[in-house]
Design a protein around this ligand. Structure first.
Ligand code: NAI
Length: 387
């Protein structure tokens, strides 16, 4: 008998996570306090399963079975039989505490409890539980049915045996699991910050416009989307908030300083695709701006952003947030980077990366360009990040 999985919150993430678990053969209870949201989630999952059947991903019978294994409920008590419950409700600590305090009264003592939080610490959410040893972060990416990466985050109180069990379980759902420390932004939302921040900084210095920076990163760097196209896709409100949250959580480390340009776009309601206007204009009939295809400038932009990304990946390893392999997997599977940043550093040579960072640091004298000590060590030892 497969485990029974509970998911709380039937919004963007919860509906996707419930579908992933059901497709892996589990009985799933998806709960939400809002019955209309539950209905929407049910319709969305049904449509998605029908599409997958049409595409031949599984048979009509299997599709039917998956749908029959899903139960939709407004009652938290319906999670009483679950062996794992993943919470994906609004990002608010007080409300999450309310839900987990009630949930702990309902589930059996060995049931693993988890949060899909992006920005709250696992320690702070788990603090409301009588037994936090069975509590951890299980962070899916949007859309959960498509994105392969899942970050598993044990808190200070979490037992290793529960973490190992969840690592195995989520891997069996055909996901790539990386385990990381309970630090702000976990892996992806921390390491990816310079992709946005340095692109904005380059624009603010007047070195290039949005289209040229996007061109440099896609054409020269091989990234699927340029930073400004991606920020418009994510939404400037969401992306700015993640940056601001990470900045504050790192005690205002200047490496993560948010940008006025993005803030002003957000304040003006230029949120991106969802408002038809962000860094670019998406209204019908509008002409996209042309980049300045100057290879010297393009290389300069790409290399500057890349070395800052590498420095951040190195820092995550240096501070023991995750292993080098986990950091590379996270960036390739969580945000589709064309290569793992540490493998990229190995390919270019740690010395080359260090040189670039040192020349930026000497030009600007700002902490954001400070090379990581582990990068210096790799140069000294002439060793690689990925063994
Ligand atoms: P959402 O706003 O789409 O859905 C939240 C759902 O929770 C709503 O359906 C709401 O009715 C329900 N809810 C609110 N309070 C509740 C309660 N007390 N009991 C039961 N249900 C309740 O939110 P979204 O975007 O799905 O985010 C959920 C969580 O996942 C947040 O912690 C967020 O930080 C995290 N996350 C979001 C990602 C994204 O791209 N949207 C990516 C990864 C994590």
């Amino acid at each position: 008998m497969k485990e029974i999985i509970g998911v709380i919150g039937a919004g963007t993430m919860g509906a996707g996570i419930a579908q992933v678990a059901a497709q892996s053969g589990h009985r799933v209870v998806l709960s939400d306090t809002n019955p209309e949201q539950l209905l929407r989630a049910e319709q969305q999952i049904k449509k998605s399963i029908e599409k997958l059947v049409e595409k031949g991903k599984f048979s009509a019978d299997s599709g039917q079975e998956i749908l029959e294994n899903l139960q939709f409920s407004t009652q938290l008590s319906d999670h009483s039989q679950a062996s794992l419950v993943i919470e994906a409700i609004v990002e608010n600590l007080a409300i999450k505490h309310q839900v987990f305090t009630q949930l702990e009264q309902v589930v059996n003592p060995s049931c693993v409890l988890a949060s899909n939080t992006s920005s709250l610490s696992i320690a702070s959410i788990g603090a409301c539980l009588q037994d936090a040893s069975r509590f951890m972060g299980i962070h899916f990416f949007n859309p959960a049915t498509i994105m392969p990466l899942v970050e598993v985050i044990p808190g200070v109180a979490t037992s290793l045996s529960y973490t190992q069990h969840i690592e195995q379980l989520i891997t069996s759902w055909s996901k790539t699991v990386v385990v990381c420390k309970d630090t702000p932004g976990f892996i992806v939302n921390r390491v990816a910050r310079p992709f946005y921040g340095e692109a904005l900084r380059i624009y603010e210095e007047g070195l290039a416009d949005f289209a040229t920076i996007d061109w440099a990163m896609t054409e020269m760097g091989g990234f699927k989307m340029g930073p400004f196209t991606l920020m418009d896709y994510i939404g400037n409100d969401i992306n700015y908030t993640v940056t601001e949250t990470v900045f504050a959580a790192f005690y205002y480390d200047p490496r993560f300083k948010p940008s006025f340009t993005q803030k002003r776009h957000m304040e003006a309601g230029f949120l991106g695709r969802k408002t038809n206007r962000g860094f670019y204009d998406y209204k019908e009939g509008s002409t996209p701006p042309s980049p300045t295809k100057d290879p010297v400038l393009g290389k300069q932009i790409f290399e500057r952003i890349l070395v800052l990304l590498i420095n951040e990946a190195v820092d995550a390893v240096f501070m023991q947030v995750a292993s080098p392999n986990a950091v590379d997997l996270a960036m390739t599977k969580g945000v589709n980077y064309p290569k793992g940043l540490l493998a990229w550093a190995d390919e270019l040579g740690a010395e080359w990366v260090l040189d670039k960072l040192e020349s930026l640091f000497s030009e600007y004298g700002e902490d954001r360009y400070r090379p990581n000590p582990l990068l210096r060590r790799k140069v000294r030892e002439q060793s690689k990040f990925i063994l």
